[in-house]
Write a protein that binds this ligand. Structure first.
Ligand SMILES: CC(=O)SCCNC(=O)CCNC(=O)[C@H](O)C(C)(C)COP(=O)(O)OP(=O)(O)OC[C@H]1O[C@@H](n2cnc3c(N)ncnc32)[C@H](O)[C@@H]1OP(=O)(O)O
Length: 421
């Protein structure tokens, strides 16, 4: 992998170790020294390009290694340069290996949860033209020595088939200990460790055995005091988690309240404690006002459109049904309902109230409600929520019914002091 600058001068050693500072290594005596900021820029370019190449080789949608991710994490990158290409010009990069310590919850061979902080293989790439030439092994071996770990003590972040074969061939790592997260650990991971008292499900269940068993825990880092078993989640976030697309709940539940300013501290991306690998933080519950506005003003969910379009009898039938219903019940038939009566007034009473309410000062809200209640007589039904969301008929009050008019909303808001004006 070549670059438009002198890689050979930039990285004097065959293997360069970079940490989060991405500091350019000291140059060989006698070589001209460009401004330090330029050198760092070159280092960042190399890291970014290696990350992109690795992502492409692994068919990832986005790089998991980049200069900015390096700077925001305590990872270490081992970069191998091609010394044979030195004569040909500015040198070239062969590949890289990225490692880092991570707090993980791993299962041992008896399916007990263990909180550990092993050194993890996070990203590994050798240029396509140079694979199967022993470069991967050279880099890996160097890392093992530098980090002073044994291969079986490592956790591997979602290894590719090539990497599994590589580990099997060079380090005889074959039998994995099944996990519920994306990390792979091998037999021997828990060897020569000491089991703490009663920290795992298994240990709790088999307390007698736990008293004498060796403790499963990965190497190296001192961990905070063990938490109660209930606090331990059986998953740990992989560095690749951010690649997953979050699945949103359907409209209108996906409408989070507007924020005036972005949060001061976004959640950390690679910390594993307490994070589910499947989702980001859940959105706060939609406030009632926002929900009401959505119900009245937003277009239908695409699924509803699809159902209406594909069900030949469904859409007209639904419209026919709604057009025969008394004013106000249309919205009732397709809105959220809450069980238990809050207001004893009948739909008609509600309608009456609406008509009076329209004369009053709550123009905006009232006119919206008017649209809502008169909708039954319209040709094109109001777009609210999917037709399948039918409200229970009696014994429940509905947000879309006649009684749910301007006055009702105002009362509700005044009672809760949420009126925006
Ligand atoms: C946590 C992670 O990073 S997962 C992602 C790992 N990276 C990738 O999959 C990217 C593409 N692959 C690569 O970059 C490289 O193949 C690496 C990094 C996995 C291995 O580097 P190499 O320099 O090829 O390894 P090296 O030459 O030392 O060892 C070769 C052995 O690796 C394994 N291997 C390497 N390439 C392949 C391949 N295409 N198919 C199957 N096994 C392979 C084999 O065991 C091979 O031995 P063999 O040739 O006798 O079958």
């Amino acid at each position: 992998m070549e670059f438009p600058f002198d890689v050979d001068a930039l990285l004097p050693e065959r293997i360069t170790v970079l940490d989060q500072h991405l500091r350019p290594p000291a140059r060989r005596p006698g070589t001209t020294t460009p401004a330090r900021v330029d050198l760092q820029q070159q280092i960042m370019t190399i890291v970014d390009e290696l990350g992109k190449a690795s992502a492409k080789a692994q068919h990832l949608p986005a790089p998991i290694t980049s200069a900015s991710r390096m700077q925001s994490n305590r990872h270490v990158m081992y970069i191998l340069k091609d010394t044979s290409a030195r004569m040909a010009g500015k040198g070239a990069i062969v590949g890289f290996l990225k490692v880092g310590y991570k707090k993980l919850f791993v299962l041992d061979d008896r399916e007990a949860h263990n909180e550990v902080e092993p050194l993890c293989i996070l990203d590994f790439y050798i240029h396509e033209s140079l694979q199967r030439h022993g470069h991967g092994r050279e880099l890996f071996q160097y890392m093992l020595q530098k980090e002073r770990v044994e291969p079986h003590q490592l956790a591997i972040d979602r290894p590719s088939q090539k990497l599994l074969k590589f580990l099997n061939k060079h380090y005889s790592l074959e039998t994995t200990v099944p996990q519920v997260n994306n990390f792979v650990i091998f037999e021997g991971f828990f060897a020569h460790q000491h089991r703490p008292p009663a920290t795992s499900l298994r240990a709790t269940r088999h307390s007698c055995a736990a008293a004498v068993d060796p403790m499963p825990a990965a190497p190296a880092r001192k961990l905070p005091p063990k938490r109660a078993e209930g606090d331990i989640k059986p998953y740990s976030s992989s560095d690749r988690e951010f690649l997953k697309v979050a699945v949103e709940p359907p409209w209108p539940l996906n409408r989070a309240p507007r924020r005036a300013t972005p949060p001061a501290h976004p959640p950390p991306r690679s910390s594993s404690l307490g994070n589910s690998p499947e989702r980001g933080p859940l959105r706060p519950f939609v406030p009632e006002q926002e929900l009401l506005r959505s119900l009245r003003l937003c277009p239908p969910h695409p699924t509803a459109r699809l159902l209406l379009a594909t069900d030949p009898g469904g859409s007209p039938a639904q419209r026919r049904r709604t057009s025969r219903t008394p004013p106000g019940l249309v919205a009732q038939s397709c809105s959220y309902s809450r069980h238990g009566r809050l207001n004893s007034s009948s739909p008609n009473t509600g309608n009456q109230e609406l008509k009076q309410g329209e004369q009053e000062t709550e123009n905006r809200s009232a006119s919206e409600e008017q649209v809502l209640s008169q909708h039954g007589s319209r040709q094109e039904p109001m777009h609210t929520v999917p037709p399948q969301a039918q409200a229970p008929p009696a014994q429940s009050w509905t947000m879309g019914g006649d009684m749910f008019n301007a006055r009702f909303i105002r009362n509700l808001q005044e009672r809760r002091s949420t009126r925006p004006w």
